[in-house]
Design a protein around this ligand. Structure first.
Ligand SMILES: Cc1ncc(COP(=O)(O)O)c(N)n1
Length: 563
């Protein structure tokens, strides 16, 4: 199935950097990153490099006036980015020209500067003497700067050679005020350390750490100490964020030579994650806070790490990263004020039987009060059976969730379903079917097919599968409830004297609609967090379409009173 592209404007992220003919770093890495993270990428090119995984064979610097001309084309009230990253700036003249242009803007995009100086292959991409121009002309305008340890040394005018985490943090603390403005993310990739060292440090200094690597296991560390073993080997990379406070981002150290373009990728991911968050908060308008959240930093680092860990082995030297590992975000944008529930909208748009389900003849007859008692009684008794499976599916989902919010959301719905089933018992009583008779009634084939499909997905799938399998029923009934309410207002359905009035009011009521909203929010948050791959999205689309088809068959079973 081909996912439909949805007409939602993605946040715009600009890269001001050099071109890498090899495609692993510079402009090429940045645009791939922006696209993979669901942003629109544009570029202002400062230099062309003849480059591959082995090294840089040549550099052709773009005249500074032409760099500014490119910027003017974008900012001429046409393609104005909400965030920009600056990478290889090539010359002090370009830095000065860029600084003057950016300072002249009435509203600057959020700016992330990766002070690229030397390529991984050892080629000088910006003379160290340009550090002064960076410090005086550009850094005061920038919101976040992301040097690695050697680049931090050049900006400080010293040659520090930190050997411990303490040294790295001291370097960050010394450099930050010298930058005169921007937040600092000092990347620790050049000095992997052990998890033990991180734990000791954060406990001693009482500072916050965000663990992207498996967190340390205290009893194992304790055991090592007791039996006198040396500390664990250096297996994590610590990036230090100074933004008023200090936070360590601790990620796994991946043993690989595929690291070409890592700095470019991370800074582009930071600009993208900022832009995504700003678009969620402010609909991509000016006035978003010029401060990147720790969650956005965590997401950008996580994206980059996965790109390193899954890098294809290309070329004979330092290979490029795998930028496309979460490229599905191109078609499923993050929630924004334009569309707060893009993933749910996407699932519905791809479920061809959605309308046939929510506007089924059973529903129409129920709204008019013309549905036969027998048809409704058959339906409600089977729905009682279905709800057992449905409640179990939520409980299975709660058992698979790994965070309290999701556990609570799913357990709440399981409980809600159990309560909802009491309405069925009461309805059945009014039709002369006792609770005992109801429970003894066999499941119709359609009930088994649907109930057990949902349960099967819940037991065999992951948490996203569960959330999607139960969604069609949850939001479909809310949709039916609200649609019937509108039909009543339009004179197409009736409440007065309708034997199914309570059913209609329950599914349009605040209690049920609140559960629908919470279900949608849980799914949308999860999708943003997990960034599922394109094949995973296809699987989710298929699960939703299948449960929608089975929902439609369920109404039909009621009409036909079939077993
Ligand atoms: C055009 C350009 N920009 C930046 C880098 C730095 O990337 P790396 O340090 O991974 O070589 C590069 N090699 N080429």
């Amino acid at each position: 199935m081909t996912p439909q592209l949805r007409p939602v404007a993605p946040p715009h992220v600009l890269t001001i950097a050099g071109s890498d003919s090899g495609g692993g770093a510079g402009i090429q890495a940045d645009i791939k990153t922006a696209s993979a993270l669901g942003c629109y990428g544009s570029s202002v090119i400062t230099a062309l490099t003849a480059q591959n995984t082995l090294g840089v064979q040549g550099v052709h610097v773009v005249p500074p006036e032409f760099v500014v001309e490119q910027l003017k084309s974008l900012f001429a009230d046409d393609l104005v980015p909400s965030a920009a990253k600056l990478g290889m700036l090539a010359s002090p003249e370009t830095i000065t020209a860029l600084g003057a242009y950016l300072a002249s803007l009435t509203s600057r995009p959020y700016l992330v500067l990766d002070p690229v100086m030397i390529s991984t292959s050892g080629h000088e991409l910006l003379a160290h003497s340009a550090a002064d121009a960076l410090l005086s002309d550009l850094l005061p305008l920038v919101d976040l700067v992301t040097p690695n340890i050697p680049e931090a040394g050049v900006l400080m005018g010293t040659r520090p050679s930190p050997t411990t985490l303490e040294d790295v943090i001291a370097l960050a603390r010394e450099l930050h005020p010298a930058l005169k403005g921007p937040a600092l993310l000092l990347k620790g990739g050049h000095l992997p350390v052990s998890r033990d060292a991180v734990v000791k440090f954060i406990e001693k200094e009482k500072i916050e750490a965000v663990w992207l690597a498996p967190p340390p296991i205290a009893v194992i560390a304790d055991y090592r100490e007791v039996i006198g073993l040396p500390e664990e080997k250096p297996d994590v990379v610590v990036d230090v964020l100074l933004d008023g406070g200090i936070t360590l981002f601790v990620g796994p150290c991946v043993d690989t030579s595929s690291t070409h373009g890592t700095g470019c990728t991370l800074s582009a991911a930071l600009a993208s994650c900022y832009a995504l968050e700003a678009s969620m908060a402010n609909g991509d308008k000016a006035g978003a806070p010029r401060r990147i959240s720790h969650d956005a930093v965590r997401r950008a680092i996580k994206y980059t790490q996965t790109a390193i860990a899954t890098a294809p082995k290309l070329g004979r030297g330092h290979g490029p990263l795998n930028h496309g590992h979460c490229a599905m975000q191109r078609v499923i944008p993050a929630p924004s004020i334009h569309d707060p529930t893009p993933f749910t909208s996407y699932l519905i748009a791809n479920a061809s039987e959605w309308d046939a389900y929510v506007k089924h003849p059973f529903v129409i007859a129920l709204g008019k009060g013309t549905l036969s008692h027998e048809a409704f009684a058959h339906y409600i008794a089977q729905d009682y059976h279905y709800l057992r499976h449905y409640a179990r599916a939520h409980a299975a989902g709660a058992a698979k969730a790994d965070d309290m919010a999701t556990i609570r959301a799913l357990a709440d719905i399981a409980l809600h379903v159990a309560k909802e089933s009491e309405m069925h018992v009461e309805f059945c009583a009014s039709f002369g079917i006792t609770r005992a008779a109801l429970e003894a009634l066999p499941e119709a084939a359609t009930t088994s097919a649907y109930g057990r499909y949902v349960l099967d997905v819940a037991l065999s799938g992951d948490i996203l599968d569960v959330l999607v399998a139960v969604l069609s029923c949850l939001i479909g009934y809310g949709e039916v409830g609200l649609w019937l309410r509108k039909q009543v207002a339009a004179g197409e359905a009736v409440l007065e004297g309708n034997p199914y009035r309570r059913w209609m009011e329950d599914y349009a009521g605040d209690d049920f609609i609140g559960a629908v909203r919470r279900g949608i929010a849980t799914l949308e948050e999860r999708v943003v967090r997990e960034m599922p791959s394109a094949p995973k999205v296809e699987r989710l689309v298929q699960i939703f379409a299948e449960s929608t088809r089975l929902e439609k068959a369920f109404w039909q079973m009621g009409l036909d009173q079939s077993w």
